[in-house]
Design a protein around this ligand. Structure first.
Ligand SMILES: *[C@@H]1O[C@H](CO)[C@@H](O)[C@H](O)[C@H]1NC(C)=O
Ligand SMILES: *[C@@H]1O[C@H](CO)[C@@H](O)[C@H](O)[C@H]1NC(C)=O
Length: 748
């Protein structure tokens, strides 16, 4: 009777119970080889409450199956309480964080005090830069930690302890950030790129324990652990499940080898054994015999290996690295050849036919100009001289990088010729007759060389002949320069001010007013001292300050005959805290929020300053010639150009400016007139080690204006100013049209 009551109460849950007990017995079957209480093991993966009594959802979640969708990106909604005052939402900088993506691979290298300065350094030099995140774990640390290596010391040399602490550490600090964890030793040589590739081929919602599977000494026949010397891979899900059991493992499992201990722990508590092959991916390894001659190691096993062990010393590590790099390089060259062949074969089938193959195969075809203004011109050079010089003079000495470039390109041409005609002919260079080069932004540097060569036959006859060769130095992988991350807290007085400003610009009613606000800008500040030219502006500022009670817009009046940017900057600099982020602009500048954000992101204290190239609109009188102004706010980037001559806009931190300025002062001593020839740009370029970042900035638009160029500035600055004015008038076609119309008007 009582049983009946219980059953009827449980009826709805019956399928579930059946499923659970079936699951239990199945896993019992699978786990029968390992020792320990089977019951405990079956319950272990779930939450503390036994599944029979526990709430079904929990029990279901205990074993994440294929339906477990933890890895899916999630969109975190922003909730705004209408009752609370509006606070600016802090958005994460990267979409990745916002969507909850994980980083892919974390690498841990187990090392020791004795080998930290030898083997671990060799690991660092050969593979570290290939992995996005790599940490070294040791028991005791030595007094000197090698430069640039992140070391975690647990304070105890016992290997098991090291493994236990390492697992704990990884779980605690990286468990929620990475999908994969690769554990290796400092006597492992790992093929970093291959390990990375392996990880991209595995699906992440599985418990993975992948490495070189080894039998336990005197153990059961099916259980395997991953040999630590060859490295192994753990998935995030496995690490998360393993973590609660680590303490028990430390107390219960006795082992001398840390890899065995970990393997035992994973088997006993999770029932997962090490595999060498998963989802079609093999974990190839190679065991080094004593005194192996690496250079002769051409076996397939060796070539395919992801990890090699044991590496006894640093030299061996470097030799291994050289050998594997060579193998990798050969593979890449082979692959390039195959791809080129495929492209050739396929191009024959396209409408263009064989003629469609461009040289070199696989690299973008040369740029075809659509009008005569787009033609990329060739620069002429000889072995000694360049005939298009940076300073505009007709001829200059070939030196530095250009010289190295030319000699390398000639060398390479002769080498290629020799390879092509070997063994029949041998070429040697007599002289470069003519050289032409141009930079094609769609493909790279192109060269055409007329070479005077001496060709020698096998029999020793020789003959001098001229040959024309073409070469391309293609643009290869685009490099991403690593940048430190700008934190939001760094924002200071001016940035806050700009922030407010940006928020206000969103409000279209205030747009016209706000664009006039940069009155403390150096260029115009000089005129404040005379009659009150700026009285109107000051009144406007006052009004604005009244309207926005919390906004304070200070101005600085400076009187100077020569408005040198540096001198003015000196004054501004002194009046602000060192951590101020400056944005220099002129009154014609139209700023938007997007640009201010980029200004903030691109300027990094003690690292980088930002000199945007603004977009200068053309003179509307010339461009539209009385017609209706076509430009609306949406396509504002149409009638104008990026003004490369202007260095007036800049974003930088006051502290950086002051540092560079101090250096400058030491350099020029009392010769203050030098300052008049300088812009802030020059100060940073010559007197700071910072990155000077210059880029076109579509967010920074200047209305057309004819600037007055002050002849008291240095010749170069004046020249640049005039040039900028001229080029800012209108495009060639607009000017031509204007001329044409004028002539017609005159002739009638
Ligand atoms: C270790 O590697 C990092 C990253 O590649 C590098 O910055 C650092 O200088 C290296 N340190 C040593 C001692 O090789
Ligand atoms: C390209 O075509 C040639 C001959 O037509 C053939 O021998 C070769 O295998 C083909 N290569 C590829 C990659 O398709």
């Amino acid at each position: 009777m009582r049983l009946g009551a219980v059953l009827s109460a449980l009826r709805p849950a019956l399928p579930l119970l059946l499923g659970l007990s079936l699951g239990c017995s199945l896993s019992l079957l699978r786990a029968s080889w390992s020792h320990g209480a089977a019951e405990e093991r079956c319950l272990a993966p779930g939450p503390p409450a036994p599944p029979a009594r526990g709430a079904p959802p929990e029990a279901a979640e205990g074993r994440p199956g294929p339906g477990h969708e933890d890895f899916r990106p999630r969109i975190v909604p922003y909730y705004r309480d209408p009752n609370k005052p509006y606070k600016k939402v802090l958005r994460t900088r990267y979409i990745q964080t916002e969507l909850g993506f994980h980083e892919r691979l974390f690498v841990a290298v187990l090392t020791s005090k004795a080998t930290l300065n030898t083997l671990a350094v060799a690991v660092n030099k050969t593979v570290a830069h290939h992995f996005p995140r790599l940490l070294y774990f040791t028991g005791l640390r030595s007094a000197k930690v090698p430069h640039g290596m992140v070391l975690v010391a647990h304070g105890d040399e016992r290997p098991i302890w090291l493994m236990y602490e390492t697992m704990n550490y990884i779980h605690q600090h990286f468990g929620s950030d990475y999908d994969w964890f690769y554990i290796m030793q400092d006597d492992t040589y790992a093929q970093a790129e291959q390990v990375k590739a392996l990880v991209t081929h595995l699906s992440i919602n599985q418990d993975v324990y992948l490495g070189r599977a080894e039998e336990f000494i005197g153990g059961d026949e099916q259980a395997r652990y991953c040999h630590g010397g060859f490295g192994y891979l753990l998935s995030r899900s496995l690490l998360l499940k393993l973590h609660p059991h680590l303490d028990s493992c430390r107390n219960e499992i006795l082992s001398v080898r840390p890899d065995e201990w970990l393997g035992r722990c994973i088997i006993d508590f999770l029932g997962i054994t090490c595999v060498s092959q998963l989802q079609g991916q093999h974990y190839h390894t190679y065991e080094l015999a004593k005194n192996t001659e690496l250079e002769k190691e051409e076996e397939e096993d060796f070539q395919a290996a992801l990890a090699v062990h044991p590496v006894s010393d640093m030299t061996l590590m470097y030799r291994l690295h050289k050998q594997f790099s060579r193998i990798q390089l050969d593979r890449v060259y082979q692959e390039i050849q195959d791809l080129q062949m495929q492209i050739r074969n396929l191009t024959a089938l396209t409408p263009a036919g064989e003629a469609g193959v461009t040289w070199p195969v696989g690299i973008n075809a040369p740029f075809l100009p659509k009008s005569r203004f787009e033609v990329i011109s060739w620069d002429y050079f000889t072995e000694q001289h360049l005939f298009s010089c940076p300073d505009g003079s007709p001829k200059c000495e070939l030196s530095g990088a250009s010289k190295a470039d030319v000699s390398e390109i000639i060398e390479s041409a002769v080498e290629q010729l020799n390879r092509l005609y070997q063994p029949l002919l041998r070429f040697s260079k007599r002289q470069l007759l003519n050289g032409y080069r141009r930079f094609d932004p769609t493909r790279g540097m192109e060269y055409t060389l007329d070479l005077l060569l001496e060709a020698a036959t096998q029999k020793g006859h020789s003959h001098v002949l001229a040959k024309r060769v073409s070469l391309v130095r293609p643009l290869s992988k685009v490099e991403i320069i690593p940048m430190p991350y700008v934190t939001v807290q760094d924002l200071d007085f001016v940035a806050n001010f700009l922030d407010m400003f940006a928020m206000n610009t969103l409000d279209t009613h205030d747009n016209a007013l706000l664009t006039l606000l940069f009155i403390y800008h150096p260029y115009d500040a000089q005129r404040v001292g005379q009659v009150d030219v700026f009285a109107g502006v000051k009144a406007m500022v006052g009004e604005l300050e009244k309207r926005y009670a919390e906004v304070k817009i200070p101005w600085i009046s400076v009187k100077t005959e020569v408005p040198s940017q540096v001198k003015l900057m000196d004054i501004v600099s002194k009046k602000h805290p060192v951590d101020t982020l400056f944005f220099l602009a002129s009154v014609w500048t139209e700023i938007n929020m997007e640009f201010l954000n980029r200004c903030r992101m691109n300027t990094i204290s003690n690292w980088q300053v930002f000199f945007p190239v603004h977009f200068q609109e053309f003179n509307p009188a010339l461009v539209y010639r009385g017609e209706q102004t076509a430009s609306s706010s949406t396509d504002f980037l149409r009638d104008g150009h990026f003004d490369r001559h202007s260095f007036a806009e800049a974003c930088f931190y006051n502290s950086d400016y002051m540092t560079a300025r101090t250096k400058l002062a030491a350099d020029i001593l009392d010769r203050d007139e030098v300052l008049e020839n300088m812009e802030v740009f020059d100060v940073f370029l010559h007197y700071s080690g910072l990155h000077v970042f210059r880029a076109v900035e579509p967010g920074l638009v200047q209305k057309y204006t004819l600037r007055s160029c002050n002849p008291r500035l240095s010749e170069e600055l004046y020249h640049r100013c005039v040039l900028s004015n001229l080029e800012g008038l209108a495009s060639r076609s607009h000017l031509a049209m204007a001329l044409f119309e004028q002539e017609q008007a005159n002739s009638t």
